[in-house]
Design a protein around this ligand. Structure first.
Ligand SMILES: *[C@@H]1O[C@H](CO)[C@@H](O)[C@H](O)[C@H]1NC(C)=O
Ligand SMILES: *[C@@H]1O[C@H](CO)[C@@H](O)[C@H](O)[C@H]1NC(C)=O
Ligand SMILES: *[C@@H]1O[C@H](CO)[C@@H](O)[C@H](O)[C@H]1NC(C)=O
Ligand SMILES: *[C@@H]1O[C@H](CO)[C@@H](O)[C@H](O)[C@H]1NC(C)=O
Ligand SMILES: *[C@@H]1O[C@H](CO)[C@@H](O)[C@H](O)[C@H]1NC(C)=O
Ligand SMILES: *[C@@H]1O[C@H](CO)[C@@H](O)[C@H](O)[C@H]1NC(C)=O
Length: 311
């Protein structure tokens, strides 16, 4: 019998049902957050842009070397802009170097599997202190910090700002692994994804060790820097909160029981997933996947990138 309270009850049930469905990840994502239709090889080549960046960035920062110094003839194309060695303690330097070297190994594995030809052509990459200062200025809502932010000045500055990049690699691999076709490719991409994910954990652990120190010469702490830069990349990405600081409100911590957040994740502590346009919007610093800038001033290499740009 359709009396008003019955209808209200039915309506509430429907609303409750729909919100359960929403929580079950059935939400239709806006185009910006969806994967670009592409072959397995195109997705892997998209990821190579990120691997090349990370290898150059970490190797120059730790030991003032580039990919070709480690593996002669592996890459060609423009040298990264603004590469420089960072002011690290020796233990931190060795860890950052190791993660850079591991990424060179991942690139070589893709060549050996015949997915890429050597030399791999690098996109134009900007690893300069100025490129990172751009993000940090936005994070603190100033035209420029005084003195200007220098990611290479000390360990807290570097690890708080550098872990973001490593997270993009982990999140992209988490997104593409299920769709990679072919046993060799699937195994390779899974191997790279797992190793990169471990690397991200190492960087976040380094950050956790210095989390309450102030970032010299400023008064803010590494925790605040990491929190604010996370907020900026989430805003640029436009697909929700997937970058998280290391000290978070309980509802972002594992099982809602901790404010420590060395390993970020969703409500079940699973890795967040990010796809191509979201990543481009962040690394370009423009919030726009077809407007290059920031860390990749001339865009990415590869047909997936070009097709999306020209569509
Ligand atoms: C950023 O600073 C401007 C003024 O410099 C202010 O109008 C604006 O509200 C600030 N934005 C935020 C998010 O604090
Ligand atoms: C290098 O880092 C150390 C330790 O954080 C710091 O005391 C020193 O001032 C830094 N040097 C420069 C040139 O920033
Ligand atoms: C940092 O400070 C928070 C509280 O402000 C504390 O819970 C945490 O244990 C500290 N972390 C380290 C590594 O000192
Ligand atoms: C940053 O810190 C604020 C205040 O604790 C918190 O509400 C917010 O969720 C944090 N953001 C991220 C991305 O960790
Ligand atoms: C943690 O809190 C969120 C809401 O903030 C909720 O959706 C989630 O189910 C909670 N997780 C657990 C394990 O209680
Ligand atoms: C993104 O950038 C492209 C190329 O510069 C431009 O045509 C487009 O209008 C921008 N989109 C938005 C939403 O700003």
């Amino acid at each position: 019998m359709a009396n008003p309270s019955c209808l209200l009850y039915a309506f509430l049930l429907l609303v409750a049902f729909q919100s359960t469905m929403m929580n079950a990840n059935t939400v239709i994502q806006p185009p910006q957050c969806r994967p670009v239709a592409a072959s397995s090889r195109e997705k892997i080549i998209f990821s190579v842009n990120l691997l090349l960046y990370q290898a150059e960035f970490l190797l120059h920062a730790s030991v003032d070397a580039g990919i070709n110094d480690i593996s002669p003839g592996l890459v060609q194309g423009p040298d990264p802009i603004g590469a420089t060695i960072a002011n690290f303690s020796n233990p931190v330097r060795r860890v950052v170097e190791e993660l850079g070297l591991a990424t060179v190994g991942h690139l070589r594995a893709l060549v050996q599997a015949g997915i890429l030809d050597a030399p791999i052509t690098r996109p134009q990459m900007d690893v300069s202190a100025e490129a990172y200062a751009g993000f940090v200025n936005v994070a603190f809502n100033v035209s420029t910090l005084t003195p200007p932010f220098n990611i290479y000045a000390n360990t807290p500055s570097f690890v708080a700002a550098a872990k973001g990049f490593s997270a993009f690699i982990q999140q992209y691999y988490a997104g593409i692994i299920p769709s990679i076709v072919g046993n060799v490719q699937q195994q390779l991409v899974t191997g790279i994804g797992l190793s990169q994910s471990a690397g991200l954990g190492v960087l976040r652990t380094l950050l956790n060790d210095v989390i309450n120190s102030t970032v010299q010469p400023y008064t803010f702490t590494a925790a605040e820097l990491s929190n604010r830069t996370s907020e900026v990349v989430n805003r640029l990405g436009g697909c929700g909160v997937k970058a998280e600081g290391l000290i978070v409100p309980l509802q972002l911590g594992a099982e809602n029981r901790t404010t420590s957040n060395v390993v970020p994740g969703d409500v079940n502590s699973l890795a967040f997933v990010r796809f191509e346009r979201e990543i481009l919007s962040m690394v370009f610093g423009t919030g726009n996947a077809t407007m290059p800038g920031g860390l990749f001033p001339r865009g990415f290499i590869g047909s997936l990138y070009r097709r999306n740009r020209d569509s």
